[in-house]
Design a protein around this ligand. Sequence first.
Ligand code: PMP
Length: 445
Amino acid sequence: MALQMKNEAKIKFTELAELDKKHFLHPSTSIRQHVENGPGFIFTEGEGIYLKDIRGRKLIDSLSSLWNVNIGHGRAELGQAAAEQMSKLAFSSTFGGNSHEPVIELAKKVAEWTPGDLNTTFFTSGGSESNDTAFKTARHYWKVKGQPNKTKIISRRLSYHGVAMGSTSATGIEPFREFTTSLAQGFLYVDSSIESLRALIEEEGAESIAAFISEPIQGSGGVNLPPKDYFKEVREMCDKHDILFIADEVICGFGRTGEKFGMDLFGVVPDIICMAKGISSGYAPIGGMVISDKIKKELMENYAGNFWHGYTYSGHPMCCAVALKNLEIIENENMVENVRNMGAELQKGLKYLEEKHDNLGNRRGAGLLGAIEFFKNVETKERYAEPVSAKVVAKALDRGLLGRSIVYGGQDTLAFAPPFCITKEEVGTIISIIDDSIAEVKKER
Ligand code: PMP
């Protein structure tokens, strides 16, 4: 019986894999390799930190999929919230000032989470749209204030801000920008030092700069923390030069770092916060841009026209209902506290690996966001000719762990961002799988 089921699953997998190869263009995937090899896994179920595939393999989702399934997989309450909302009101427009209950409640809930006077949210379907919205809003703001030449947007090298035209242009990971030919105008990049920002502002002239955007901790770029006091100095510099400070909290927002928002770690309140992923833990596609009362007042008092920007799905009722339920779960189950406690366990585990394996260093992170890096020589920071992290991830997959290696900018990083519901034992399992995988890669060299 079990054997028969296994065979049926295999046949089903093969059928689906063929269709996938033929009809589905995968994001961030080599088309050629995919058409040759087909999908690695076809997932069917998820529970807690685990994903299950159609052939019955159970894998630890050590990055919460795309740093987004924060409450963990399989929470039926979110499905119920979606079903209830869709049966009652699947959709109504929020253009022209109409509204509905879930969007009003969610906007209020977001304002409870966000710091300072950031109290008003524009909703989108994800992070890229949120960042593009912020860039347009920043430029509109300066136009309204009588400074239409303040248009340039500064971002940091190795930043990831998404793949819409503006957010691609702001992204500091080069392959994403080089994928296409012409990008949006007026995007500039700096190194992660305050001197680099100061020099660029001087060179370009503050009167031409609309905004600075940064993730609190760079995610896709390698879980990179900024130098100490960096954001405090950025905040001061932005204030001094009338530059809006946009925080891309798409990964860090809603508890990932053990704080409500990543910028809370650095004691800084931005002018605009962009969010997505964690607001719904990936159960529905929704993001948002939150503006300060100061910005809102300006746009309200000195401009009578429309906010000429809106997505059909800005404030989609089902997405809002799901996000509300997600935030309720995070609050009721004290998940941010668990992020802090389990984040400490994760760092302990990474420290253990660093002490045990002489080719590991540069351990970093905050909350349930962590990383460690391979070096041929940790002291001199000499790297291997071929990255080791990808090989370790492949070995870890054999042992039931879906991992993430990051090699942008010449680094050789293993990144971790497990769901907030993770237990101490599960953190231990991740560390021991990585430990064994490193040992196996070493043996093969
Ligand atoms: N900003 C950051 C910091 C991100 O990590 C991502 C997604 N990885 C985005 C923006 C883009 O979000 P989305 O994929 O939802 O458009």
